[in-house]
Design a protein around this ligand. Structure first.
Ligand SMILES: CC(C)(COP(=O)(O)OP(=O)(O)OC[C@H]1O[C@@H](n2cnc3c(N)ncnc32)[C@H](O)[C@@H]1OP(=O)(O)O)[C@@H](O)C(=O)NCCC(=O)NCCS
Length: 188
């Protein structure tokens, strides 16, 4: 059987100072409310559908898979709303609708350990610091919720994401091997 190599990484909230991230002009934060499930799901789909993680987790390659995943995450008793954020782009033209372009969700593993889920920025809005801002904003939310540490998993071959987490201060704690779904194994 083929496997994806995954890194488990952790951030120590007690040892690292955090400052509130500032978004580039025209981008705005949306804090969590239940009416945002489908908007998060839509951004998740557009962020992940052509990426390696949609091979690891095939639900990320489909709109309905992302909607179901988003519903599942937000209904869990360990969902952390304060660590869950959406970023939208508001153009200067008042007739344009805001465009949702980045998403992150948080869960807790226990009273001290948070877990980042599915950091995603749609391709057209990457490289402007939104990914970094999302993770920092989520870390602040975990800290406000009383967590001391935050973990995540990332596919080892996902270089942009590994570089992002390392640059923020996440450290490798374990290497895991996740069985490759059959369809992914053919094309990988
Ligand atoms: C990973 C991802 C969230 C980064 O979003 P982004 O908004 O482009 O990232 P930022 O602009 O905030 O970049 C922050 C840091 O990430 C790293 N990074 C981002 N894109 C990178 C790339 N293409 N190559 C290497 N490093 C990269 C760099 O360290 C960068 O810091 P720098 O700008 O000082 O060099 C985005 O590429 C994405 O959504 N990917 C698809 C979904 C995914 O795989 N998510 C991760 C799941 S674990």
């Amino acid at each position: 059987m083929a496997y994806f190599r995954r890194f488990k990484m952790e951030f120590d909230l007690t040892a690292t100072p955090l400052t509130e991230p500032v978004l580039p002009p025209n981008y705005r934060w949306a804090s969590w409310n239940t009416g945002l499930v489908d908007r998060h799901a839509e951004v998740k789909f557009h962020s992940f559908r052509d990426e390696i993680d949609s091979l690891v987790f095939p639900c990320l390659a489909a709109t309905d898979g992302c909607q179901q995943l988003m519903r599942d995450i937000s209904r869990q008793s360990n969902f952390v709303p304060r660590a869950t954020w959406l970023i939208s782009y508001h153009s200067d033209d008042p007739w344009d609708y805001p465009f949702d372009c980045a998403t992150i969700q948080g869960l807790s593993r226990d009273s001290e350990l948070g877990a980042v889920q599915n950091v995603g920025v749609v391709p057209e809005h990457r490289g402007q610091g939104l990914g970094r801002a999302l993770v920092l904003q989520s870390l602040l939310g975990f800290r406000q919720a009383g967590m001391r540490r935050v973990s995540l998993e990332v596919t080892a071959d996902n270089r942009p994401a590994v570089a992002l987490y390392r640059s923020i201060g996440f450290r490798l704690t374990r290497t895991l091997y996740r069985p490759m779904p059959a369809a992914a194994a053919i094309g990988y």
